[in-house]
Design a protein around this ligand. Structure first.
Ligand code: UT7
Length: 323
C-alpha cells in the first residue's frame, strides 16, 4: 500500500505589501530586507479574511485537483499558528463545516512552521487504519501576530494557505521516509503568549511574536542538513537521485548556509520567498502547488520537504511524485 499526493491547492490574499511599503512604516530598506532574507514582498489579509477562509479556498482547489468530493474525506487536519479561535473550536472543524465534509473527523495540529510535514506524517499513520482520503491544510495569517513597528520581525512574514489531498494507492511512489523531531530546550526562541500558562496570560490578549533570529537561524541550518543527509542515507541515494528540495521558506541565507555544508546544488532548492515571505506552515504546500501548476514536477521525481520552526521542531519528508 502506497500513499499518494493526489491533489494540491493554495490561496493567498490579493493585497501585497512591498519592502518599499514597509520602509515607510519602520526604519528599514528594500536593500536590507533583500540582502538579509531574499524577501521582496508579502501578501497580507484584508479585514474579512482569516485562517479558515484562506484555508477553505486552498482546500477546495486541492479537492478539485484530486477529483475528491468533500463527503469522501475521512479526516481533515489543519496546521496553523494563527487559528481563528485560540483553543476551540479547531480551525479544522470550522473548515469541515464550510466544505460540507460531513463524514470527516477534524482536528488541528500544532507544530509551527513544520506543521505541514508533521500533518502529512500523522495522515500517513492514519491511512494505515482508515482507507478514506485525508485533507491536510496549512493556513497562516502571520500579519495579525507581528508587531508592525518592530523592524526585526515585521519584514519577515506573510499570509497564505496551502493544502494537499492524500489517497491510498496500489501504485508505487508517494510518501516515503520521514523525519520529525524537536528540541524543547529551545522552546522560547520563537514564542507568542496567549495561552493559559498563568492567570495574567490567560486574561490578557496575546502579545506579538517574539524571536531570537540568530538561534533559529543556526537550528534551521542544522535541521536542513540533517533532514537532507538522513533522507539520502535512508535509501542510499545521492543528490542526483533528487529532483527538488522544497524547503520551508524562511530566509534564502539559511538555504545558502546549508548548501555550503552539503553536496546539493542551490538550483535544486525551490525558492519563492521573494514573493510570499515566510508563511510558516503554509510555505511548503504553497511552493508545492506552485511547482505543480508551473509543470515543474514530473512523475517519478523525488522531492525532499525540509522545515524547522518554533518549538523548536523540525520535519522532513521524501516524496516520489506520482501525478
Ligand atoms: O519560520 C521560522 C522563523 N524564523 C526564522 O527563520 C528566522 C531565522 N533568522 C533569520 O532569518 C535572521 O536571523 C534575521 C533575518 C531574523 C536577522 O538577520 P541577521 O543577519 O541575523 O541580523 P541581526 O539580527 O544580527 O541584526 C543585524 C542588524 C541589527 O542592527 P545592530 O544591532 O547591529 O545595529 C538589527 O537591528 O540589522 C538590524 N536589523 C535591520 N535593519 C534594517 C534587523 N532587522 C532590520 C531591518 N531593516 N528590517
Amino acid at each position: 500500500m502506497y500513499i499518494h499526493i493526489a491533489g494540491t491547492g493554495s490561496a493567498v490574499p490579493q493585497r501585497v505589501l512591498t519592502n518599499d511599503d514597509l520602509a515607510k512604516m519602520v526604519d528599514t530598506s528594500d536593500e536590507w530586507i533583500v540582502s538579509h532574507t531574499g524577501i521582496r514582498q508579502r501578501h497580507v489579509v484584508g479585514p474579512d479574511e482569516n485562517a479558515s477562509t484562506l484555508g477553505c479556498e486552498a482546500a477546495r482547489r486541492a479537492l478539485e485537483d484530486a477529483g475528491v468530493a468533500p463527503e469522501e474525506l475521512g479526516t481533515i487536519i489543519v496546521t496553523s499558528t494563527t487559528p481563528d479561535y485560540a483553543i476551540y473550536p479547531s480551525t479544522a472543524c470550522v473548515i469541515q463545516g464550510m466544505l460540507g465534509a460531513k463524514n470527516a473527523a477534524a482536528f488541528d495540529l500544532s507544530a509551527a512552521c513544520p506543521g505541514f510535514v508533521y500533518g502529512v506524517t500523522v495522515a500517513k499513520g492514519l491511512l494505515q487504519i482508515d482507507d478514506r482520503p485525508i485533507l491536510v491544510i496549512s493556513t497562516e495569517i502571520m500579519s495579525r501576530t507581528i508587531n508592525w513597528s518592530d523592524r526585526n520581525t515585521c519584514c519577515l512574514f506573510g499570509d497564505g494557505a496551502g493544502a494537499v489531498v492524500l489517497k491510498k494507492s496500489e501504485q508505487p511512489g508517494g510518501l516515503g521516509f520521514h523525519l520529525i523531531g524537536a528540541d524543547g530546550t529551545g522552546a522560547m526562541a520563537i514564542h507568542r503568549e496567549g495561552g493559559v500558562r498563568t492567570e495574567e496570560t490567560a486574561r490578557n490578549a496575546p502579545g506579538d511574536l517574539k524571536m531570537d533570529g540568530r538561534a533559529v537561524f543556526n537550528f534551521a541550518v542544522r535541521s536542513f542538513c540533517d533532514i537532507i543527509a538522513k533522507s539520502l542515507e535512508h535509501y542510499g541515494y545521492t543528490e542526483k537521485d533528487i529532483a527538488w528540495i522544497v524547503p520551508h521558506q524562511a530566509n534564502t541565507r539559511i538555504i545558502d548556509a546549508a548548501v555550503k555544508r552539503i553536496n546539493v546544488p542551490v538550483e535544486k532548492f525551490y525558492v519563492n520567498i521573494d514573493r510570499f515571505a515566510n508563511t510558516s506552515s503554509a510555505s511548503i504546500p504553497i511552493a508545492l502547488d506552485e511547482m505543480s501548476k508551473k509543470g515543474l514536477l514530473h512523475k517519478g521525481d523525488r522531492l525532499i520537504f525540509a522545515a524547522f520552526g518554533a518549538g523548536l521542531v523540525y520535519g522532513g519528508l521524501l516524496v516520489e511524485w506520482t501525478k
